[in-house]
Design a protein around this ligand. Structure first.
Ligand code: GTP
Ligand code: NA
Ligand code: MG
Length: 344
C-alpha cells in the first residue's frame, strides 16, 4: 500500500507572507503576479521529499526520525477577511498546518480566526514567524535560522527586540487562546507545545528550519494516523471550474484520499444536483508548480494518488461549482459515490 502524501495548509492574516513563503520554497513568483497582491483562491502545490531533504540538509538530524512520507501537498489560502469560507475549506483539508504570523505585527483578526479553525478540526500546526528581516538590527540571511541566530550575538539589541516580539506578538496571544508555544529550538515535545519557527520570505532565512519542522510534524502525524495509507477510490474537493483551450470546462480539484484513474467517472455534488461525467483526461501540475499559476503545462497521467492537485477534463461540467465534494469511481460504483456525496 502506498503512503498518502500529507496535506499542509497555510493560514494567516492578509499580507503576513503566506504566498511569499511558498514562493521562496518553490522558487516561484506567484505572489508578485496576484491582482492587488491579494490571494483570492485556494492554491495547491506538491513539494517532493527530495526537495525537502535537499533544503534541510544536516538539520534533519534534529528530527531523530526517518522521513518516509512521499512529500507534502501544500495548500495556500487567502488571508483577506472576505475569504472566510476558503480558509475554512483549506483548514478542513489539512492534516497539519502552518500558521503564518508577521512577527512585527503579531496576531490580527484572521490569525485568530485561523487558530479557531485549526482548533475546531484538531489540526496540529506550527507557526512561521515571518518577516524577521524587519526586526531592527537583525542581520537576516538565507539559510538555517539556527545558524544565523547564533551570529546575532554582535547585535544584542536585535536579540532583545526579537525576544520581545516573539513573546508579545506570538507566544502570549497563543497562550491566551489556550496553547503552549515556544521557539522551536526550546520545545521538547512537539505534540504538546506549538513550535514557532522564525523565517523571512524575503531573505530565505529559516526556510530549512520550517521545512524540517513541518516534515517532522507530518511524520509524527503519520505514525499516529493509519489513515495515511492510500486506499479505495478518489475523494476530493473542487477548487475551481476553469475554461481551458481545447478542453472546455475543466475542474481543478484536490484529491485528499484514494486513487483516481483515467477512464473512471467523476461524480460531483452541487446546488443543481449531482453531476456524473466520464473523465477524458487527468492532468497533473509539475512538482513545485502552483496549480493556480503554473510555470509549466499540466501533464496527462493515467492515475493520480492522494494527496494531489489535479485538473479533470470531462464533458458537461458547466453546472459544477467550487467547494463541491467529488468522487472518482468506475462505472459500477457511481450509485455508491452519489449516496456518499449526498451525505456530505
Ligand atoms: P494574502 O494571501 O493576500 O492573505 O497575503 P499573503 O499572506 O500571501 O502575503 P504575501 O505573500 O502576498 O505578502 C504580502 C507582502 O509582504 C508582499 O509585499 C511581500 O513582498 C511582503 N513580504 C512577505 N514576506 C516578507 C518577509 O519575510 N519580509 C519582508 N520584508 N516582506 C515580506
Ligand atoms: Na497578499
Ligand atoms: Mg497569499
Amino acid at each position: 500500500m502506498a503512503l498518502r502524501c500529507p496535506i499542509v495548509s497555510v493560514l494567516g492574516h492578509v499580507d503576513h507572507g503566506k504566498t511569499s513563503l511558498l514562493d521562496k520554497i518553490r522558487k516561484t513568483r506567484v505572489a508578485a503576479r496576484e491582482a492587488g497582491g491579494i490571494t483570492q483562491h485556494i492554491g495547491a502545490s506538491e513539494i517532493p521529499i527530495d526537495v525537502i531533504k535537499k533544503v534541510c540538509g544536516n538539520l534533519l538530524q534534529m528530527l531523530k526520525a526517518d522521513l518516509t512520507i512521499p512529500g507534502l501537498l501544500v495548500i495556500d489560502t487567502p488571508g483577506h477577511e472576505a475569504f472566510t469560507s476558503l480558509r475554512k475549506r483549506g483548514g478542513a483539508l489539512a492534516d497539519i498546518a502552518i500558521l503564518v504570523v508577521d512577527i512585527n505585527e503579531g496576531f490580527k483578526p484572521q490569525t485568530i480566526e485561523a487558530v479557531n479553525i485549526l482548533r475546531q478540526y484538531k489540526t496540529p500546526f506550527v507557526v512561521a514567524a515571518n518577516k524577521i528581516d524587519l526586526i531592527p538590527g537583525w542581520n537576516s540571511k538565507e539559510g538555517p535560522f539556527v545558524l544565523n541566530f547564533n551570529e546575532q550575538n554582535q547585535h544584542p539589541n536585535a536579540l532583545t527586540e526579537f525576544e520581545i516580539r516573539l513573546y508579545e506578538n506570538i507566544i502570549k496571544p497563543l497562550n491566551e487562546m489556550g496553547f503552549n508555544a515556544d521557539l522551536f529550538t526550546r520545545v521538547e515535545d512537539i505534540t504538546k507545545t506549538v513550535c514557532i519557527i522564525p523565517v523571512s520570505a524575503k531573505t530565505g532565512e529559516g526556510i530549512p528550519d520550517l521545512l524540517m519542522m513541518i516534515a517532522g510534524l507530518a511524520q509524527k502525524f503519520l505514525e499516529q494516523n493509519l489513515k495515511l495509507d492510500v486506499e479505495g477510490y478518489a475523494k476530493g474537493t473542487v477548487l475551481e471550474v476553469k475554461e481551458e483551450k481545447g478542453l472546455g470546462k475543466t475542474i481543478d480539484a484536490i484529491i485528499y484520499d484514494g486513487i483516481a484513474r483515467r477512464g473512471d467517472y467523476v461524480v460531483v455534488g452541487g446546488p443543481n444536483g449531482i453531476v456524473v461525467s466520464k473523465i477524458k483526461a487527468l492532468l497533473k501540475p509539475k512538482p513545485l508548480d502552483e496549480m493556480r499559476d503554473p510555470r509549466d503545462k499540466f501533464k496527462p497521467v493515467n492515475e493520480v494518488v492522494a494527496a494531489a492537485g489535479v485538473k479533470i477534463a470531462a464533458p458537461n461540467l458547466e453546472n459544477v461549482i467550487a467547494g463541491s465534494p467529488l468522487r472518482i469511481v468506475p462505472e459500477d460504483k457511481i450509485e455508491e459515490a452519489k449516496e456518499e456525496i449526498m451525505k456530505e
